[in-house]
Design a protein around this ligand. Structure first.
Ligand SMILES: [Zn+2]
Length: 463
Protein backbone atom coordinates (compact mmCIF):
# COMPACT_ATOMS: atom_id res chain seq x y z
CA UNK A 1 0.00 0.00 0.00
CA UNK A 2 1.65 3.32 -1.01
CA UNK A 3 2.37 5.70 1.86
CA UNK A 4 1.99 9.41 1.28
CA UNK A 5 3.59 12.01 3.52
CA UNK A 6 3.52 15.79 3.63
CA UNK A 7 7.03 17.03 2.91
CA UNK A 8 7.80 20.37 4.59
CA UNK A 9 10.52 20.95 1.98
CA UNK A 10 8.17 20.85 -1.01
CA UNK A 11 5.05 21.85 0.97
CA UNK A 12 3.22 19.00 -0.75
CA UNK A 13 1.82 15.61 0.09
CA UNK A 14 3.99 13.14 -1.82
CA UNK A 15 4.03 9.40 -2.35
CA UNK A 16 6.88 8.12 -0.22
CA UNK A 17 9.53 6.18 -2.16
CA UNK A 18 12.64 5.24 -0.16
CA UNK A 19 15.99 5.36 -1.96
CA UNK A 20 16.49 1.70 -1.00
CA UNK A 21 13.38 -0.23 0.12
CA UNK A 22 15.69 -2.73 1.83
CA UNK A 23 17.14 0.01 4.05
CA UNK A 24 14.67 2.76 4.84
CA UNK A 25 16.30 5.44 6.99
CA UNK A 26 14.64 7.86 9.41
CA UNK A 27 16.09 10.33 11.90
CA UNK A 28 14.11 12.23 14.52
CA UNK A 29 15.63 14.88 16.76
CA UNK A 30 15.58 13.56 20.30
CA UNK A 31 15.44 15.22 23.70
CA UNK A 32 17.91 17.55 25.34
CA UNK A 33 18.33 15.61 28.56
CA UNK A 34 18.40 18.04 31.48
CA UNK A 35 14.87 17.79 32.96
CA UNK A 36 11.59 15.85 32.73
CA UNK A 37 9.95 15.69 29.32
CA UNK A 38 6.68 17.61 29.18
CA UNK A 39 3.71 16.21 27.33
CA UNK A 40 4.45 18.38 24.28
CA UNK A 41 7.92 16.82 24.07
CA UNK A 42 6.22 13.41 23.88
CA UNK A 43 4.30 14.22 20.72
CA UNK A 44 7.19 13.70 18.23
CA UNK A 45 8.36 10.32 19.64
CA UNK A 46 4.76 9.03 19.65
CA UNK A 47 3.89 10.35 16.17
CA UNK A 48 7.11 9.03 14.62
CA UNK A 49 6.67 5.73 16.46
CA UNK A 50 3.46 5.23 14.47
CA UNK A 51 5.35 6.02 11.27
CA UNK A 52 8.12 3.59 12.34
CA UNK A 53 5.50 0.87 12.88
CA UNK A 54 3.85 1.60 9.52
CA UNK A 55 7.20 1.55 7.66
CA UNK A 56 8.17 -1.73 9.34
CA UNK A 57 4.85 -3.21 8.28
CA UNK A 58 5.34 -2.00 4.71
CA UNK A 59 9.04 -2.73 4.17
CA UNK A 60 9.80 -5.39 6.81
CA UNK A 61 10.92 -5.13 10.41
CA UNK A 62 14.64 -5.31 9.62
CA UNK A 63 14.46 -2.96 6.65
CA UNK A 64 13.81 0.21 8.65
CA UNK A 65 16.68 1.96 10.43
CA UNK A 66 15.38 4.60 12.79
CA UNK A 67 17.73 6.81 14.78
CA UNK A 68 16.64 9.16 17.55
CA UNK A 69 19.41 10.98 19.36
CA UNK A 70 20.03 12.34 22.82
CA UNK A 71 21.40 15.86 22.97
CA UNK A 72 23.66 15.46 26.00
CA UNK A 73 25.76 18.60 25.61
CA UNK A 74 24.02 21.96 25.39
CA UNK A 75 23.72 25.31 27.23
CA UNK A 76 20.69 24.24 29.30
CA UNK A 77 22.42 21.04 30.41
CA UNK A 78 25.49 22.96 31.52
CA UNK A 79 23.27 25.41 33.42
CA UNK A 80 21.39 22.53 35.11
CA UNK A 81 24.65 20.80 36.09
CA UNK A 82 26.10 24.04 37.51
CA UNK A 83 22.89 24.71 39.43
CA UNK A 84 22.96 21.20 40.91
CA UNK A 85 26.71 21.30 41.54
CA UNK A 86 26.92 17.98 39.70
CA UNK A 87 28.95 16.77 36.72
CA UNK A 88 27.22 16.95 33.33
CA UNK A 89 26.98 13.14 33.06
CA UNK A 90 25.14 12.90 36.37
CA UNK A 91 22.40 15.11 34.89
CA UNK A 92 22.31 13.55 31.44
CA UNK A 93 22.44 9.90 32.60
CA UNK A 94 19.63 10.52 35.06
CA UNK A 95 17.33 12.25 32.59
CA UNK A 96 18.09 9.84 29.73
CA UNK A 97 16.90 6.97 31.94
CA UNK A 98 13.79 8.91 33.01
CA UNK A 99 13.03 9.83 29.39
CA UNK A 100 13.40 6.22 28.25
CA UNK A 101 11.05 4.96 30.97
CA UNK A 102 8.43 7.67 30.38
CA UNK A 103 8.44 7.19 26.61
CA UNK A 104 8.32 3.39 26.95
CA UNK A 105 5.22 3.82 29.14
CA UNK A 106 3.61 5.55 26.14
CA UNK A 107 4.17 2.39 24.09
CA UNK A 108 7.00 3.89 22.03
CA UNK A 109 9.26 1.20 20.55
CA UNK A 110 12.99 1.64 21.05
CA UNK A 111 14.50 3.18 17.92
CA UNK A 112 17.07 1.08 16.02
CA UNK A 113 19.83 3.51 17.03
CA UNK A 114 20.04 5.98 19.93
CA UNK A 115 23.25 7.98 19.49
CA UNK A 116 24.46 10.46 22.11
CA UNK A 117 25.94 13.71 20.86
CA UNK A 118 29.02 13.45 23.09
CA UNK A 119 29.97 10.15 21.40
CA UNK A 120 30.18 11.87 18.02
CA UNK A 121 32.23 15.01 18.67
CA UNK A 122 35.01 13.78 16.34
CA UNK A 123 32.58 13.58 13.43
CA UNK A 124 31.34 17.08 14.25
CA UNK A 125 34.92 18.39 14.23
CA UNK A 126 35.52 16.73 10.84
CA UNK A 127 32.51 18.45 9.26
CA UNK A 128 33.49 21.82 10.74
CA UNK A 129 37.08 21.47 9.45
CA UNK A 130 35.76 20.71 6.00
CA UNK A 131 33.46 23.75 6.07
CA UNK A 132 36.37 25.99 7.15
CA UNK A 133 38.54 24.60 4.31
CA UNK A 134 35.75 25.31 1.84
CA UNK A 135 35.43 28.87 3.11
CA UNK A 136 31.86 28.21 4.25
CA UNK A 137 32.74 28.61 7.92
CA UNK A 138 35.05 30.99 9.75
CA UNK A 139 36.71 31.28 13.13
CA UNK A 140 35.90 34.18 15.45
CA UNK A 141 36.97 34.69 19.07
CA UNK A 142 33.65 33.33 20.41
CA UNK A 143 33.59 30.27 18.17
CA UNK A 144 33.32 28.92 14.64
CA UNK A 145 30.38 30.11 12.54
CA UNK A 146 28.69 28.95 9.39
CA UNK A 147 28.55 31.75 6.81
CA UNK A 148 24.99 31.61 5.52
CA UNK A 149 25.87 33.78 2.49
CA UNK A 150 27.80 30.75 1.21
CA UNK A 151 24.57 28.80 0.94
CA UNK A 152 22.34 30.12 -1.85
CA UNK A 153 19.49 27.88 -0.73
CA UNK A 154 19.51 29.06 2.88
CA UNK A 155 15.91 29.41 4.03
CA UNK A 156 14.49 26.80 1.64
CA UNK A 157 12.96 24.61 4.36
CA UNK A 158 11.32 27.32 6.43
CA UNK A 159 10.54 29.55 3.46
CA UNK A 160 11.80 32.57 5.40
CA UNK A 161 13.19 35.54 3.53
CA UNK A 162 16.46 37.28 4.45
CA UNK A 163 14.81 39.79 6.84
CA UNK A 164 12.96 37.08 8.73
CA UNK A 165 16.09 34.95 8.87
CA UNK A 166 18.03 37.82 10.45
CA UNK A 167 15.29 38.65 12.93
CA UNK A 168 15.65 35.26 14.56
CA UNK A 169 19.41 35.30 14.66
CA UNK A 170 20.47 37.59 17.51
CA UNK A 171 22.26 35.43 20.05
CA UNK A 172 23.95 36.71 23.16
CA UNK A 173 27.75 36.43 23.16
CA UNK A 174 27.99 36.12 19.40
CA UNK A 175 28.73 39.77 18.56
CA UNK A 176 31.78 38.83 16.51
CA UNK A 177 29.76 37.14 13.76
CA UNK A 178 30.16 38.61 10.27
CA UNK A 179 26.44 38.35 9.56
CA UNK A 180 23.68 38.17 12.19
CA UNK A 181 22.20 35.10 10.43
CA UNK A 182 25.44 33.13 10.76
CA UNK A 183 25.13 30.37 13.33
CA UNK A 184 27.53 28.65 15.70
CA UNK A 185 29.10 25.36 14.68
CA UNK A 186 31.51 25.42 17.60
CA UNK A 187 31.51 27.47 20.80
CA UNK A 188 34.93 28.47 22.13
CA UNK A 189 35.80 26.95 25.53
CA UNK A 190 34.77 28.94 28.59
CA UNK A 191 35.90 28.39 32.18
CA UNK A 192 33.63 25.96 34.04
CA UNK A 193 32.30 24.40 30.84
CA UNK A 194 33.19 21.05 29.30
CA UNK A 195 35.29 21.31 26.16
CA UNK A 196 36.97 19.18 23.51
CA UNK A 197 40.26 19.88 21.72
CA UNK A 198 39.95 20.75 18.04
CA UNK A 199 42.27 22.07 15.32
CA UNK A 200 40.28 25.32 15.35
CA UNK A 201 40.50 25.71 19.14
CA UNK A 202 39.09 23.98 22.21
CA UNK A 203 35.35 24.24 22.70
CA UNK A 204 32.09 22.39 22.35
CA UNK A 205 29.72 21.79 19.45
CA UNK A 206 26.67 23.89 18.63
CA UNK A 207 23.33 22.08 18.72
CA UNK A 208 22.74 21.95 14.95
CA UNK A 209 26.05 20.29 14.04
CA UNK A 210 25.31 17.51 16.54
CA UNK A 211 22.39 16.19 14.48
CA UNK A 212 24.19 16.63 11.15
CA UNK A 213 27.13 14.55 12.42
CA UNK A 214 24.97 11.84 13.99
CA UNK A 215 22.91 11.48 10.80
CA UNK A 216 26.06 11.18 8.69
CA UNK A 217 27.75 8.79 11.06
CA UNK A 218 24.82 6.56 12.01
CA UNK A 219 22.75 6.52 8.81
CA UNK A 220 24.69 8.16 5.96
CA UNK A 221 23.02 10.87 3.88
CA UNK A 222 20.75 11.46 2.14
CA UNK A 223 18.40 9.81 4.58
CA UNK A 224 14.82 9.10 3.56
CA UNK A 225 12.93 10.84 6.38
CA UNK A 226 13.93 13.55 8.85
CA UNK A 227 11.34 14.36 11.48
CA UNK A 228 10.74 16.58 14.46
CA UNK A 229 8.41 19.14 15.97
CA UNK A 230 7.40 22.16 13.89
CA UNK A 231 9.35 24.43 16.25
CA UNK A 232 12.54 22.82 14.89
CA UNK A 233 12.00 23.89 11.25
CA UNK A 234 13.81 27.14 11.94
CA UNK A 235 16.56 27.50 12.88
CA UNK A 236 17.51 23.93 13.78
CA UNK A 237 16.58 22.01 10.65
CA UNK A 238 17.35 24.90 8.33
CA UNK A 239 20.86 24.96 9.78
CA UNK A 240 21.27 21.17 9.66
CA UNK A 241 20.52 21.41 5.93
CA UNK A 242 22.86 24.36 5.35
CA UNK A 243 25.91 22.80 6.99
CA UNK A 244 25.37 19.18 5.82
CA UNK A 245 24.49 19.99 2.23
CA UNK A 246 27.35 22.47 1.88
CA UNK A 247 29.85 19.99 3.33
CA UNK A 248 28.64 16.91 1.44
CA UNK A 249 27.29 18.35 -1.80
CA UNK A 250 24.05 16.41 -1.67
CA UNK A 251 20.70 16.45 0.13
CA UNK A 252 20.61 15.69 3.86
CA UNK A 253 17.11 14.22 3.79
CA UNK A 254 14.52 13.55 1.08
CA UNK A 255 11.35 13.95 3.14
CA UNK A 256 11.01 16.42 6.01
CA UNK A 257 8.12 15.79 8.40
CA UNK A 258 6.99 18.05 11.22
CA UNK A 259 4.34 17.59 13.87
CA UNK A 260 2.21 20.51 15.06
CA UNK A 261 2.27 22.40 18.35
CA UNK A 262 0.66 21.16 21.53
CA UNK A 263 -1.24 23.63 23.69
CA UNK A 264 -2.47 23.12 27.24
CA UNK A 265 -6.09 24.18 27.74
CA UNK A 266 -5.69 26.41 24.68
CA UNK A 267 -2.58 28.19 25.94
CA UNK A 268 1.00 27.72 24.91
CA UNK A 269 2.82 25.73 27.59
CA UNK A 270 5.31 27.97 29.32
CA UNK A 271 7.14 28.32 32.58
CA UNK A 272 5.68 31.78 33.16
CA UNK A 273 2.10 30.48 32.82
CA UNK A 274 2.96 27.55 35.08
CA UNK A 275 1.00 25.18 32.83
CA UNK A 276 3.80 22.78 31.96
CA UNK A 277 2.81 19.22 32.70
CA UNK A 278 5.34 16.43 32.46
CA UNK A 279 4.74 12.87 31.25
CA UNK A 280 6.11 11.73 34.61
CA UNK A 281 3.47 13.70 36.56
CA UNK A 282 0.62 12.45 34.37
CA UNK A 283 1.73 8.83 34.89
CA UNK A 284 2.05 9.42 38.62
CA UNK A 285 -1.47 10.85 38.70
CA UNK A 286 -2.60 7.42 37.50
CA UNK A 287 -3.25 8.11 33.82
CA UNK A 288 -2.28 5.03 31.85
CA UNK A 289 0.46 5.36 29.23
CA UNK A 290 -1.89 4.28 26.46
CA UNK A 291 -4.37 6.98 27.45
CA UNK A 292 -1.65 9.61 27.00
CA UNK A 293 -0.61 8.00 23.71
CA UNK A 294 -4.20 7.95 22.46
CA UNK A 295 -4.62 11.62 23.37
CA UNK A 296 -1.46 12.51 21.45
CA UNK A 297 -2.69 10.62 18.38
CA UNK A 298 -6.25 11.93 18.51
CA UNK A 299 -5.47 14.87 16.21
CA UNK A 300 -3.70 14.69 12.85
CA UNK A 301 0.04 14.99 13.51
CA UNK A 302 0.37 18.17 11.46
CA UNK A 303 -2.52 19.88 13.25
CA UNK A 304 -2.21 21.69 16.56
CA UNK A 305 -3.33 19.58 19.51
CA UNK A 306 -5.02 21.00 22.57
CA UNK A 307 -4.24 18.89 25.60
CA UNK A 308 -6.18 18.84 28.86
CA UNK A 309 -8.17 16.73 31.29
CA UNK A 310 -11.22 16.50 28.99
CA UNK A 311 -9.09 15.03 26.22
CA UNK A 312 -7.59 12.52 28.68
CA UNK A 313 -11.03 11.45 29.89
CA UNK A 314 -12.30 11.06 26.32
CA UNK A 315 -9.19 9.08 25.43
CA UNK A 316 -9.65 6.78 28.40
CA UNK A 317 -13.32 6.24 27.48
CA UNK A 318 -12.36 5.41 23.89
CA UNK A 319 -9.82 2.85 25.06
CA UNK A 320 -12.35 1.44 27.56
CA UNK A 321 -14.72 0.79 24.68
CA UNK A 322 -12.05 -1.08 22.73
CA UNK A 323 -10.79 -3.02 25.76
CA UNK A 324 -14.43 -3.82 26.59
CA UNK A 325 -14.74 -5.53 23.19
CA UNK A 326 -11.56 -7.53 23.90
CA UNK A 327 -12.78 -8.44 27.38
CA UNK A 328 -16.02 -9.87 25.96
CA UNK A 329 -13.96 -12.04 23.60
CA UNK A 330 -11.35 -12.93 26.22
CA UNK A 331 -11.77 -16.66 25.69
CA UNK A 332 -11.95 -16.49 21.91
CA UNK A 333 -8.51 -17.21 20.39
CA UNK A 334 -7.36 -14.72 17.74
CA UNK A 335 -6.14 -16.68 14.70
CA UNK A 336 -3.34 -15.50 12.39
CA UNK A 337 -4.83 -13.44 9.54
CA UNK A 338 -4.45 -14.92 6.06
CA UNK A 339 -6.02 -12.08 4.11
CA UNK A 340 -7.02 -8.51 4.70
CA UNK A 341 -10.66 -7.61 5.20
CA UNK A 342 -12.20 -4.35 4.00
CA UNK A 343 -12.23 -2.64 7.44
CA UNK A 344 -8.60 -3.58 8.14
CA UNK A 345 -7.61 -2.33 4.68
CA UNK A 346 -9.48 0.91 5.38
CA UNK A 347 -7.60 1.29 8.66
CA UNK A 348 -4.22 0.85 6.95
CA UNK A 349 -5.23 3.18 4.12
CA UNK A 350 -6.02 5.90 6.67
CA UNK A 351 -2.59 5.60 8.26
CA UNK A 352 -0.87 5.42 4.87
CA UNK A 353 -2.59 8.68 3.93
CA UNK A 354 -0.14 11.01 5.65
CA UNK A 355 -0.63 9.23 9.02
CA UNK A 356 -4.26 10.23 9.34
CA UNK A 357 -4.69 8.93 12.89
CA UNK A 358 -8.18 10.43 13.48
CA UNK A 359 -9.47 8.52 10.42
CA UNK A 360 -7.58 5.39 11.54
CA UNK A 361 -9.18 5.67 14.99
CA UNK A 362 -12.64 5.81 13.37
CA UNK A 363 -11.80 2.57 11.52
CA UNK A 364 -10.61 1.03 14.79
CA UNK A 365 -14.05 1.68 16.28
CA UNK A 366 -15.65 0.04 13.23
CA UNK A 367 -13.49 -3.04 13.91
CA UNK A 368 -14.54 -3.00 17.58
CA UNK A 369 -18.22 -2.80 16.58
CA UNK A 370 -17.71 -5.81 14.31
CA UNK A 371 -16.13 -7.66 17.27
CA UNK A 372 -19.01 -6.64 19.55
CA UNK A 373 -21.78 -7.67 17.16
CA UNK A 374 -20.32 -10.93 15.82
CA UNK A 375 -22.26 -13.94 17.08
CA UNK A 376 -20.55 -16.89 15.44
CA UNK A 377 -17.33 -17.90 17.16
CA UNK A 378 -15.31 -17.91 13.92
CA UNK A 379 -16.53 -14.39 13.14
CA UNK A 380 -15.67 -13.27 16.66
CA UNK A 381 -12.19 -14.76 16.35
CA UNK A 382 -11.53 -13.02 13.07
CA UNK A 383 -12.91 -9.68 14.31
CA UNK A 384 -10.69 -9.90 17.39
CA UNK A 385 -7.61 -10.71 15.28
CA UNK A 386 -8.32 -7.75 12.98
CA UNK A 387 -8.86 -5.38 15.87
CA UNK A 388 -5.56 -6.43 17.45
CA UNK A 389 -3.67 -6.22 14.14
CA UNK A 390 -4.91 -2.67 13.53
CA UNK A 391 -4.27 -1.61 17.13
CA UNK A 392 -0.68 -2.84 17.03
CA UNK A 393 0.10 -0.44 14.16
CA UNK A 394 -1.22 2.39 16.28
CA UNK A 395 0.59 0.99 19.33
CA UNK A 396 -2.55 0.64 21.47
CA UNK A 397 -4.46 -2.30 23.04
CA UNK A 398 -1.11 -3.74 24.07
CA UNK A 399 -2.38 -4.46 27.59
CA UNK A 400 -4.40 -7.43 28.81
CA UNK A 401 -8.04 -6.19 28.94
CA UNK A 402 -8.57 -7.28 32.56
CA UNK A 403 -5.33 -5.66 33.60
CA UNK A 404 -6.31 -2.49 31.73
CA UNK A 405 -9.45 -2.03 33.85
CA UNK A 406 -7.73 -3.10 37.08
CA UNK A 407 -4.87 -0.66 36.52
CA UNK A 408 -7.27 2.21 35.92
CA UNK A 409 -8.90 1.65 39.34
CA UNK A 410 -5.64 0.92 41.15
CA UNK A 411 -4.78 -2.51 42.61
CA UNK A 412 -6.35 -1.93 46.03
CA UNK A 413 -9.71 -0.85 44.63
CA UNK A 414 -9.52 -3.64 42.04
CA UNK A 415 -9.19 -6.24 44.82
CA UNK A 416 -12.23 -4.82 46.62
CA UNK A 417 -14.18 -5.01 43.36
CA UNK A 418 -13.03 -8.63 42.89
CA UNK A 419 -14.33 -9.46 46.38
CA UNK A 420 -17.73 -7.87 45.68
CA UNK A 421 -18.00 -9.67 42.34
CA UNK A 422 -17.18 -12.99 44.08
CA UNK A 423 -19.82 -12.27 46.76
CA UNK A 424 -22.36 -11.61 44.06
CA UNK A 425 -21.51 -14.85 42.23
CA UNK A 426 -21.98 -16.72 45.54
CA UNK A 427 -25.34 -15.00 46.17
CA UNK A 428 -26.57 -15.91 42.71
CA UNK A 429 -25.48 -19.51 43.23
CA UNK A 430 -27.77 -19.73 46.26
CA UNK A 431 -30.51 -17.91 44.35
CA UNK A 432 -30.27 -14.94 46.74
CA UNK A 433 -31.08 -12.49 43.95
CA UNK A 434 -31.88 -9.61 46.32
CA UNK A 435 -28.27 -9.64 47.60
CA UNK A 436 -26.88 -10.12 44.07
CA UNK A 437 -28.83 -7.07 42.83
CA UNK A 438 -27.75 -4.99 45.81
CA UNK A 439 -24.08 -5.78 45.10
CA UNK A 440 -24.55 -4.93 41.43
CA UNK A 441 -25.91 -1.55 42.51
CA UNK A 442 -23.01 -0.95 44.89
CA UNK A 443 -20.56 -1.77 42.09
CA UNK A 444 -22.50 0.49 39.74
CA UNK A 445 -22.11 3.38 42.16
CA UNK A 446 -18.36 2.80 42.05
CA UNK A 447 -18.43 3.03 38.26
CA UNK A 448 -18.12 -0.72 37.71
CA UNK A 449 -20.15 -2.78 35.29
CA UNK A 450 -20.34 -6.55 35.82
CA UNK A 451 -20.52 -8.76 32.76
CA UNK A 452 -21.90 -12.27 33.26
CA UNK A 453 -20.79 -14.79 30.67
CA UNK A 454 -20.65 -18.55 30.21
CA UNK A 455 -17.15 -18.66 31.70
CA UNK A 456 -17.91 -16.54 34.78
CA UNK A 457 -18.28 -12.89 35.67
CA UNK A 458 -15.86 -10.17 34.66
CA UNK A 459 -16.00 -6.45 35.23
CA UNK A 460 -14.98 -3.24 33.56
CA UNK A 461 -15.36 0.50 34.01
CA UNK A 462 -18.89 1.64 33.23
CA UNK A 463 -19.04 3.74 30.04
ZN1 LIG B 1 18.23 17.77 15.33
Amino acid sequence: MPISLTNTLTRRKEVFAPADPKRVTMYVCGPTVYSYAHIGNARPPVVFDVLFRLLRHEYGEDAVVYARNYTDIEDKIIAAANAAGAPIEAITDKFMAIYDADIAALGVLAPTLSPRATQHVESMIAIIEKLIEMGAAYKAPSGVYFAVERDNDYGKLSGRNQDELQAGARVEGEDDKRNPSDFALWKAAKPGEPSWDAPFGAGRPGWHIECSAMIERELGSPIDIHGGGIDLVFPHHENEIAQSETAHGHALARYWLHNGFLTMDREKMSKSLGNIVTVHELLEQGWQGETLRWALLSAHYRAPLDFGEDLLKQSQASLDRLYGALLRLKHVPAPPLKDESAPLAAFRAALADDLNTPAAIAELFALATAANTATRTDHQARAKAELLAAASLLGVLQDDPEHWFRASFGEEAAREIDALVAERVAARATKDFATADRIRETLGERGVEVMDGPSGSTWRRKS
